[in-house]
Design a protein around this ligand. Structure first.
Ligand code: ATP
Ligand code: MG
Length: 437
């Protein structure tokens, strides 16, 4: 099934890869996706797998989900699957639900006409299968799999690029980035996740068009940031983002703080945090944007707080002000929802409190619902060489110790110069003369 063509369209022959030439088979596709494909076919429509699932299966990876495309219009899809829900603006696509599993079914779509190019790429203009291939972002994301024929269908040279490990945008790179600047971030993400090289012609315009990311709504940027940093390849993604000059458009204050490397202080907290995130994702442990953003924005908060303290402001106030300002600035670029920004700020605030080990404070902190995250964050700071290892060890022991030992620990800590009110007062009076760390 190669699709139908409008009379005016140029008809180019796709490359059809036969069953002996590829590694795909029915056996590797989920039962629910097969059900959807089969029922659409039975009803007389074209039905194919497309996008990330075909790409991942050909690479021998487990696909995240299975996306189906068809020449059936959304209303027709709904007639085949009564339970399907049409979602998106102007009924873009259908969700067919099997318990908790959802198979996304989309109608073949064409790229918007050039005059609409400023609009989002998800306009609802139906098209042929070839048009559907050409409006996609990268060649390796535009491969179709026909289950019945057991063939892979390639209009854009994706199979060859997949074999060679090349990420190549479809069409004129500059035009495609102008149409949707998020494609630059997607290029970085796929290159990092797949371990592919970005084709030079795809990579080169990224420097010039990077600033267009500033036009992308911050809510969409938030979704992209999560995909970039919670997809299991955050370390490579971060490096590539910086190499291609895009990180500054996501986290400008963090980028500034990295450039501002005074006192040779190692700026390694972000890479450490991302490495930890990758490990957690690999182990299927939960990750939260609150912790991720706390790490990404910590350095700017710390530097601003230090400047204000140096100007004579009390540390606690300096810190809260810095946190507020950094968050406010960041929200102009990436819209971190309140349900994450509130716990993020708690993780930050608790860093100051973890420093005070006298009296009832440590016992109260232990009960705090954000204690675990704040403690993990402290360990991260220790790992990055920004907090004392001794402080991290103290809290590790304090959590495990029996009651009597805890009391003893608190008493000893109170006796030390490094805790309690005395230290804060001393810092404050010394603050005036000291320059930021
Ligand atoms: P992942 O495994 O991360 O989900 P994916 O390739 O499935 O990767 P999605 O974001 O789920 O990526 O998008 C599904 C498909 O839709 C892509 O493979 C691509 O063909 C197309 N697509 C998505 N976003 C864009 C875009 N901004 N411009 C053009 N095509 C896009
Ligand atoms: Mg996908």
């Amino acid at each position: 099934m190669i699709g139908r063509f409008k009379g005016k369209e140029k008809i180019s022959e796709p490359l059809i890869i036969q069953r002996t030439q590829h590694s795909l088979s029915r056996a590797r596709i989920s039962d629910n996706a097969l059900k959807v494909l089969d029922r659409l076919k039975e009803a007389g429509y074209a039905s194919l797998l497309v996008g990330g699932c075909v790409r991942d299966l050909l690479l021998g990876r487990e696909p995240k989900d299975f996306d189906v495309v068809t020449d059936a219009r959304p209303e027709e899809i709904k007639k085949v699957f009564h339970s399907a829900r049409l979602i998106g603006r102007r009924f873009r696509l259908a969700h067919v639900r099997f318990g908790r599993d959802i198979i996304e079914v989309a109608t073949f779509r064409a790229a918007p006409a050039p005059e609409d190019a400023s609009e989002r790429h998800d306009n609802n203009i139906f098209g042929t299968q070839e048009e559907d291939a050409r409006r996609r972002d990268f060649t390796v994301n535009a491969l179709y799999y026909d289950v019945d024929e057991n063939t892979v269908i390639d209009y854009v040279g994706g199979a060859k690029d997949l074999e060679r490990g090349v990420l190549r945008i479809i069409g004129d790179p500059a035009a495609r980035y102008r149409e949707d600047p998020v494609r630059m971030l997607r290029a970085i993400r796929f290159a990092a996740n797949l371990g592919f090289n970005i084709d030079p012609q795809t990579a080169d315009p990224i420097r010039e068009y990077g600033p267009q990311l500033l036009q992308v709504p911050p809510a969409r940027m938030f979704e992209e940031v999560l995909k970039l940093f919670q997809g299991g390849y955050a370390v490579q993604t971060y490096e590539l983002l910086r190499t291609h000059g895009l990180f500054r458009f996501l986290f400008p204050l963090t980028e500034d703080s990295l450039a501002n490397e005074e006192h040779g202080f190692p700026r390694t907290l972000v890479p450490h945090a991302l490495a930890n995130t990758d490990v957690r994702v690999a182990e299927d442990k939960p990750v939260t944007p609150a912790f991720l953003f706390a790490a990404l924005l910590w350095e700017p908060v710390r530097l601003r707080a230090a400047t204000r303290t140096a100007q004579g402001m009390r540390p606690l106030e300096a810190f809260e002000r810095a946190a507020e300002e950094v968050l406010r600035d960041e929200l102009k670029h990436v819209m971190l929802p309140r349900r994450f920004s509130v716990p993020m700020r708690e993780i930050w605030s608790m860093q100051l409190r973890l420093d005070r080990r006298a009296g009832h404070q440590p016992f109260r902190l232990l009960e705090h619902k954000r204690f675990r995250a704040a403690y993990d964050f402290l360990l991260l700071r220790v790992q990055a060489g920004e907090a004392e290892a001794e402080l991290g060890e103290w809290w590790t022991r304090f959590q495990e110790a029996p009651e009597a030992e805890r009391r003893a620990m608190v008493a000893t800590a109170a006796g030390k110069a490094g805790s309690g009110r005395r230290r804060r007062r001393r810092r404050r009076s010394g603050g005036q003369r000291v320059s930021p760390p």
